[in-house]
Design a protein around this ligand. Structure first.
Ligand SMILES: Cc1ncc(COP(=O)(O)O)c(C=O)c1O
Length: 327
């Protein structure tokens, strides 16, 4: 009998080639299926890495409480690891997070604190500030701090990046990933550019996030309201984990771009991912269209479509919100 444990299944996710959705015969597009991670998203990688580091450095002690702000996926990773290791988990999130994601955290035994999505970044009610306050007030607590913790991109530099390099036999030419903390795009981008400085990194960003304008103009738009509906990417504040110097280009996308592509991915490729996977593939196709020479584009499907059954996988919800339904 082997002694394989659940946390040993984090990472080493499959990389598959799009078969039907890519009309550009000179371009190969590969997607890394991050919903194969045990709590269902890419966040397992960085949460596992940060918690193991905190334990090794005495920052997280037995019986302790792990606190974090989350759009749901980091929370699921924290809640899963807390359940395995016997920690308590307190997770804060904005109220736009789907009910499926909120309930999943409760299923793992975590405590959740829901805050208004409309709370501005400097408000004490903002979900990031709420998590900081709870961590301060709770004895023997550890804050993951995914936005500003540089161990976040490091986790992707040490795992996701090398996996993509190996799985493409070093043939990858472009990496595409939307960002929230920026951990994925910065960690993978750093690793791939060290391997081959010609590799281009492209980041899609939802309209309403501050990142696109910051990248293009160096300024933060004060009206970055984040009123878009796609969950888990774009931001209303700058994150230290996000390294703009690694990004070669950014594209802005709409909720409709992300949701209709996620729905096409499951219908045409059988890949049942979340809205950010849709946005990433939308951007990979936009990039592919612009390329004259052959290329190998890699992107990620960060999480599982099951988490959005009551939202963009529901035709009624799509109609109510005036999104396109392609049958
Ligand atoms: C669904 C989803 N996609 C993509 C991301 C972006 O990942 P990162 O924080 O590494 O930029 C997140 C982060 O919360 C997410 O929840």
């Amino acid at each position: 009998m082997n002694s394989y444990q659940l946390l040993d299944t984090v990472g080493n996710t499959p990389l598959v080639k799009l078969q039907n959705i890519n009309p550009y015969s000179h371009i190969e597009i590969y997607v890394k299926l991050e919903f194969f991670n045990p709590s269902g998203s890419i966040k397992d990688r960085m949460v596992k890495y940060i918690i193991e580091n905190a334990e090794a450095n005495g920052l997280l002690k037995p019986g302790g409480t792990i606190v974090e702000n989350t759009s749901g996926n980091t929370g699921a990773a924290v809640a899963m690891i807390a359940a395995i290791k016997g920690y308590k988990a307190i997770l804060t999130m904005p109220d736009k997070v789907s009910k499926e994601k909120q309930n999943a955290l409760k299923a793992f035994g975590a405590e959740i604190v829901v805050t208004p999505t409309s709370a501005p970044p400097d408000s004490p009610e903002h979900y990031v500030n709420t998590a900081k306050r709870i961590a301060k007030e709770t004895t023997n607590s550890f804050l993951i701090n995914q936005y500003d913790n540089l161990k976040n991109p490091e986790a992707h530099y040490l795992s996701t990046g090398p996996e993509i390099w190996q799985q493409t036999d070093g043939k990858v030419t472009h990496f595409v990933a939307a960002g929230s903390t920026g951990g994925t795009v910065s960690g993978v981008g750093k690793y791939l550019k060290e391997k081959n400085p010609n590799i281009q990194i492209v980041m899609p960003d939802p309209i309403g996030s501050i990142y696109y304008d910051y990248f293009k103009t160096g300024k933060i738009k004060t009206d970055g309201s984040c009123s878009y509906q796609v969950e888990g990417v774009g931001e209303d504040h700058l994150a230290r984990a996000m390294n703009f110097s690694l990004i070669d280009d950014m594209y802005q996308f709409t909720d409709d771009d992300a949701f209709t592509m996620a729905r096409r991915l499951v219908r045409e490729e059988g890949i049942f991912g979340g809205g950010t996977g849709g946005a990433n593939v939308w951007a990979a196709l936009k990039l592919a269209k612009s390329l004259k020479k052959s290329a190998v584009i890699v992107t990620v499907i960060p999480d599982n479509g099951v988490k959005y059954l009551s939202k963009f996988y529901n035709d009624e919800w799509m109609k109510q919100n005036n999104y396109s339904i392609i049958s």
